[in-house]
Design a protein around this ligand. Structure first.
Ligand code: AKG
Ligand code: FE2
Length: 491
């Protein structure tokens, strides 16, 4: 069963041994917006979950209980299990929890695809990456520790460390609370070793497919990072003055709709265009990508391409640019998406997939019609000299309406300009025309919100941002008004 199925399916079965199996499902609508408490409720006496077959060790559930918000704490054991499992699954790298979705059908005679980065993970079994931005990633615990198990009874004397300053695969509260179940040998080891051990324990409890994918991801990325020598080290930490044009920095510093509007144009509803990158930064980034590809060629390292539709290009997150891109999203993109794309989780973007695409001779020629696996996409042209390559937009659609016809006012074509950024909803249908000469490289940041995805999975009927839902709603309102008028006429 895939992680995604687990998210959408509820499954409570009793097996031959009489053990109840509770599988991960999304938390119920009422609970899905709830978060773990920052400080534990130390008065709380946790339940035991040992008689259940769960996705994670039962000790994780018992120890996590005191971080539960009050509303969940007083709910049934089943609800608590669901909530906690869901919290932990939400923290897994995106690829492992989201659906591998491809949809190919025709729209205006163009092949229409839901472009995703996830498929690349399952397609290339031998070289798989880790798609997160963690400083400490899941790897198998060291040989010395791998045979160790969690204690059955917690060591209640133990005062756990805080893990809040780290980017981890699971909530930091899980690590703090799990500590007292650590065997002595691990308990006295370094924080890094403890993180590795606990992450490994939790990953071991995931279904085989997800677990091995997560581990291969990690190994793949680690291999690149330890062997690839960056050309421009300064790219790897975001220095705003070197990276952005002054007008962009000023607008972000002021951080108001007015300041954003002063540098942004919206040539078509939902498509925002603005000057963003310094030419010198674009050049450095182009050189870094070229250097990476040279290294890939020389070492014959098989790399994963950015998504299911590009044969060329590279994933920036895979060779060390993940934390820089995280900062870019959090400090420079989210302030804008909070204002312009709050309807698709623009205020809560919390993960990204960052990559470059390349077009021209000996590269991809064009890009078919698709929607991105993102809530909001940032697309910036890095250069170089090229002809063609226009982005064509054809209206925003939800999953239900992805193949509906385009309305005339939704047609918009955009010509790329080096250094200039385009910001649009991931569900805004688009594609790129052929780059007929020269070489075009664009940097893309698919920004995602786990909160939005969670909420969306419970609200299927109507999407405020979908052009077709909007029309349906309007027609419905019209019909209701007509009916009302007729009733009035009879009165
Ligand atoms: O080539 C482009 O500029 C568009 C790329 C794109 O839409 C994507 O990678 O999702
Ligand atoms: Fe796209």
């Amino acid at each position: 069963m895939s992680s995604d199925q687990r998210e959408s399916q509820q499954e409570t079965t009793v097996d031959g041994s009489g053990t109840t199996t509770m599988r991960a499902t999304a938390a119920t609508t009422t609970f899905s917006s709830q978060r773990l408490r920052i400080n534990p409720n130390n008065e709380h006496r946790p339940e035991s979950y040992e008689d259940l077959k769960l996705d994670f060790p039962s000790a994780v559930y018992s120890s996590l209980e005191k971080y539960l918000p009050q509303q969940i704490l007083v709910s049934s054991r089943e609800e608590k299990v669901k909530f906690m499992t869901d919290i932990m699954l939400r923290h897994l790298p995106h690829g492992e929890r989201s659906r591998v979705s491809t949809l190919t059908s025709s729209l205006e005679l163009l092949p229409f695809t839901v472009m995703s980065s996830d498929q690349r993970e399952s397609q290339q079994e031998t070289t798989v990456d880790g798609s997160g931005t963690t400083t400490m990633r899941a790897t198998a615990a060291t040989t010395t520790f791998s045979s160790q198990r969690l204690r059955i009874n917690p060591n209640n004397e133990h005062r756990p460390e805080s893990y809040e300053d780290l980017k981890l695969d699971f909530p930091s509260a899980v690590y703090s609370s799990l500590e007292k179940y650590l065997p002595q040998q691990i308990l006295v080891s370094s924080r890094e070793e403890k993180v590795k051990f606990m992450t490994d324990i939790m990953l071991r409890h995931l279904p085989h497919g997800e677990r091995s994918r997560a581990q291969r991801h990690s190994v793949y990325r680690q291999k690149i990072i330890t062997n690839y020598q960056p050309l421009h080290k300064e790219l790897y930490t975001l220095a705003p003055m070197q990276c952005f044009v002054p007008s962009f920095i000023k607008a972000i510093n002021e951080s108001s709709e007015k300041s954003f509007r002063s540098i942004i144009s919206e040539p078509s509803p939902g498509v925002f265009v603005f000057d963003m990158l310094q030419p010198s930064f674009c050049e450095m980034m182009l050189a870094e990508v070229e250097n990476f590809e040279k290294w890939v060629g020389e070492t014959k390292f098989r790399i994963m391409r950015p998504n299911t539709m590009n044969k060329y290009g590279a994933v920036l997150d895979d060779f060390g640019l993940d934390s820089m891109l995280d900062k870019l999203m959090e400090s420079f993109i989210r302030p804008m998406t909070k204002v312009f794309f709050s309807d698709v989780g623009g205020a809560t973007l919390d993960s990204h997939h960052g990559f470059v695409v390349e077009y021209g001779k000996d590269r991809d020629l064009d890009l078919g019609f698709h929607v991105d696996d993102s809530e909001v996409t940032l697309n910036v042209c890095l250069g170089n000299q090229f002809v063609g390559g226009e982005l064509f937009f054809r209206g925003t659609r939800c999953e239900r309406h992805v193949n509906t016809t385009t309305k005339p006012d939704e047609i918009y074509d955009y010509s790329h300009v080096p250094g200039q950024a385009v910001l649009h909803r991931g569900r805004h249908r688009h594609g790129a025309r052929a780059t007929t000469s020269g070489h075009r490289v664009n940097m893309l940041l698919w920004c995602r919100s786990s909160v939005f995805r969670e909420l969306k999975s419970h609200q299927k009927e109507f999407s405020s941002w979908c052009g077709e839902c909007f029309c349906e709603k309007k027609e419905e309102k019209g019909r209701a008004l007509d009916a009302l008028r007729q009733v009035k006429a009879f009165d």
